[in-house]
Design a protein around this ligand. Structure first.
Ligand code: AMP
Length: 220
């Protein structure tokens, strides 16, 4: 399976889609946001600095993110491809990632862009909850994403939590950061002829059906 880069505005459904690809194609899903949220569980100076950045909706410095990512993709479960959820976020990260792949003799793979209107994505954040253990994402406002038991993960039975940056004020900042820094990646990868667009404004299953169609055409 090729590696997959998911590009989308915040709360467009990247995490949910990444999880479905992970299950269907048996490749790991790597969220740099999750890697960073694991780091901020610590109490050292670096953790506190990263925590402030996450809560502001700005981007964490490239060297920190690149080191976390490199350590992750060198793990053996990434040998047959992986899904990147939330990386690269900027053209400079994409350039650094190209270099990393060249050194590791690996291919960029495919880029899937989840297209969605800002207001639809923003309306999703108030209902978004995550399992702190397995990271599964739920949405209490969306029929097929509600947990079976209110407030509990279906798989781990752990209490679901809401991300501290999932609020309307931080959302606007994160969305602006996306437009300014991440959206230019689409033309960066378009030049390599590896970009595919999907409409992510409907249900997760409709999004996933479109993604499967693309992946099946490129499954080698
Ligand atoms: P996410 O879980 O992808 O929505 O990311 C949550 C937050 O983590 C972002 O708002 C950023 O502060 C930080 N973050 C995640 N991925 C990256 C990245 N590739 N580069 C810089 N900051 C990131």
């Amino acid at each position: 399976m090729k590696s997959i880069i998911l590009i989308a505005p915040p709360a467009a459904g990247k995490g949910t889609e990444a999880e479905q690809i992970r299950v269907d194609y048996n490749i790991p899903s790597i969220s740099t946001g999750d890697l960073l949220r694991d780091v901020i569980k610590g109490n050292d100076e670096k953790a506190l600095m990263i925590k402030d950045i996450l809560n502001s909706g700005a981007l964490v410095p490239d060297d920190i993110v690149l080191e976390l990512l490199k350590n992750r993709i060198l793990q053996s479960d990434c040998e047959n491809g992986y899904i990147l959820d939330g990386f690269p976020r900027t053209v400079s990260q994409a350039e650094a990632y190209d270099k990393m792949l060249e050194e590791l003799n690996r291919d960029t793979g495919l880029v899937i862009v989840l297209d969605i209107d800002k207001e639809i994505a923003k309306s999703r954040i108030s209902g978004r909850f995550t399992c702190p253990s397995c990271k599964r994402i739920y949405n209490v406002n969306t029929g097929d994403m509600k947990p079976m038991q209110s407030g509990l993960c279906d798989d781990c039975m752990v209490e679901l939590i809401q991300r501290s940056d999932d609020n309307p004020e931080t959302y606007d900042e994160r969305y602006n950061t996306y437009l300014e820094k991440t959206a230019p990646l689409i033309s960066f990868y378009d030049k390599k002829g590896i970009v595919y667009h999907v409409d992510s404004s409907k249900s997760p299953s409709i999004t996933h059906a479109q993604v499967i169609e693309i992946l099946e055409k490129h499954n080698d």
